[in-house]
Design a protein around this ligand. Structure first.
Ligand code: HEM
Length: 450
């Protein structure tokens, strides 16, 4: 049986399904559309089809790597002028993906992670000192956590400090965020109309891209000049084992990709987690009790991190409810079907994790924050498609362990050292770049007696 994929009810002649199109919070609007149109629907705009998948059952079909593969969707294509065929934005057939994947995979293995732990701890300590200077104030959380994640990826990945805790936010941070927002907003098929009206935004985008490239060139140049050898991502690219060589442009693209990918998603996940922790004294108390019980030496060691199980549950539940990478594109490798609909080879869909991870299979309280969903007992036998915040298959997130280690270490340390207080009257609002982030979130961090 094949049926037509549902579409929004009112089609406009010639242009198509433009009514209700949202370029500012598209993922949250798509989440709502599923309740009206069912778990799969299609917008057709000027002859371009955008098909959205929003249930675990359909996502499971798309996760079949024999039939589906990564697709470089329009927002990712918009990033290619600045990062080219680096890991995140490469087409499957581009040889640079396989080369870089092979060179960089060992940089995320256990041995490498052990070598990053000391640097991560050092940066978390600097974050705590920075929070002390704001004692008694409600501080912008994304900004503070952004300093942490930028320094961590800068120092662990490239031996480079952006001096984030030295004063004002590094201009790279704003440039990265605006570049992602621009990629998302200019990706809709009608964007060319807006483009004529948004010349200022286009000019800003050019300036941002120049700044990103200039900054990354500085990072690489510093290493080439000193000739220093380190066990980090940049060293692996400049001096790869074996006979794979990455050319200079490719290395620049990868460094920029890691700065963006290693920073944006993690900072937003930390901010969402802190929002929920601040709202729930019970969750905060359980995390603090766990950290005090596990951490014996005053500082979280590498071996302590996997023992911080409740903290990990809090992180998992945060990424379930607000997957900071809200979804990903997949295209059909051959003619196939999806939920009974015929799909031709090359057709693509966007799997909205934001919807899939709130599937009714999570229970009637799927929209509520509850870390106990991830206890070992409750996780046993759960269908894997219900939780994929780091993507799926060969093109899933290479930095998964890095992100989880960094976030667990940071949250456990913060909870041992600080009380986290919510700002009265704050209601969670979520803004979208290519990622999701809590808008205007401010929290107060007050030292606790140890
Ligand atoms: C890919 C999520 C942290 C580097 C991905 C994908 C997702 C994801 C969903 C797959 C995208 C797709 O299929 O199109 C996240 C989340 C993070 C996180 C939620 C944190 C909470 C990181 C970190 C790094 C990183 C810390 C680097 C240190 C990458 C790269 C890719 C990727 C390079 C592309 C992999 C490839 O295609 O070979 N990430 N990520 N990510 N991520 Fe992450």
């Amino acid at each position: 049986m094949t049926t037509t994929i549902p579409h929004p009810p009112r089609r406009v002649p010639f242009v198509g399904d433009v009514l209700g199109l949202d370029t500012v919070t598209p993922n949250q609007t798509t989440l709502k559309r599923f309740t009206e149109l069912g778990p799969i629907y299609r917008r057709s705009i000027l002859g371009t089809d955008l098909t959205f998948v929003g249930s675990a059952e359909l996502a499971a079909q798309v996760y079949d790597e024999a039939r589906w593969e990564k697709f470089v969707g329009r927002p990712l294509e918009r990033l290619r002028p600045v990062v080219g065929d680096a890991l995140f934005t490469a087409y499957n057939w581009e040889s640079n993906w396989a080369k870089a994947h092979e060179v960089l995979l060992p940089a995320f293995a256990k041995e490498a992670m052990i070598s990053y732990h000391g640097t991560m701890t050092e940066v978390v300590d600097e974050l705590c000192t920075s929070l002390d200077t704001h004692a008694g104030e409600f501080v912008p959380v994304v900004e503070q956590m952004g300093k942490l994640t930028l320094e961590v990826i800068g120092r662990c990945g490239f031996g480079y400090s952006f001096d984030s805790f030295g004063g004002a936010e590094h201009p790279l941070v704003g440039a990265m965020s605006r570049t992602l927002t621009h990629a998302q907003r200019s990706a809709v098929p009608l964007a060319f109309v807006g483009k004529l009206l948004r010349r200022k935004a286009e000019r800003q985008n050019e300036l941002d891209q120049e700044l990103l490239v200039r900054t990354v060139d500085g990072v690489i140049e510093e290493r080439r000049t000193t000739g220093e050898r380190r066990s980090d991502l940049l060293d692996r690219m400049l001096h790869p084992d074996g006979d794979i060589e990455l050319d200079a442009e490719n290395i620049r693209n990868q460094v920029l990709t890691f700065l963006v990918a290693g920073h944006e998603t993690s900072v937003n996940a930390l901010a969402f987690a802190l929002h929920f922790i601040a709202r729930s004294p019970e969750i905060a108390a359980r995390m603090r009790a766990e950290a005090r019980a596990v951490v014996s030496s005053g500082e979280v060691t590498y071996d302590d991190v996997p023992r911080l199980r409740y903290t990990r549950q809090v992180i998992s539940e945060t990424l379930r409810l607000w997957p900071t990478a809200p979804g990903f594109f997949r295209s059909a490798k051959r003619d196939t079907t999806l939920g009974g609909h015929e799909i031709s080879a090359g057709e693509w869909v966007f799997v909205l994790l934001l919807a899939v991870q709130r599937d009714a299979a999570w229970g009637p309280d799927a929209d509520e924050f509850n870390p106990d969903r991830f206890t070992p007992e409750n996780s046993r036998g759960r269908a894997p498609e219900l939780f994929k915040p780091f993507g799926t298959g060969i093109r899933s997130c290479i930095g998964r362990q890095f992100a989880l280690h960094e976030m667990t270490l940071a949250l456990a340390t913060l909870l041992v050292r600080f009380d986290v207080e919510p700002e009265p009257g704050y209601e969670l609002a979520v803004e979208e770049t290519l990622t999701l982030r809590p808008k205007g979130l401010r929290l107060k961090f007050t030292r606790v007696e140890v």
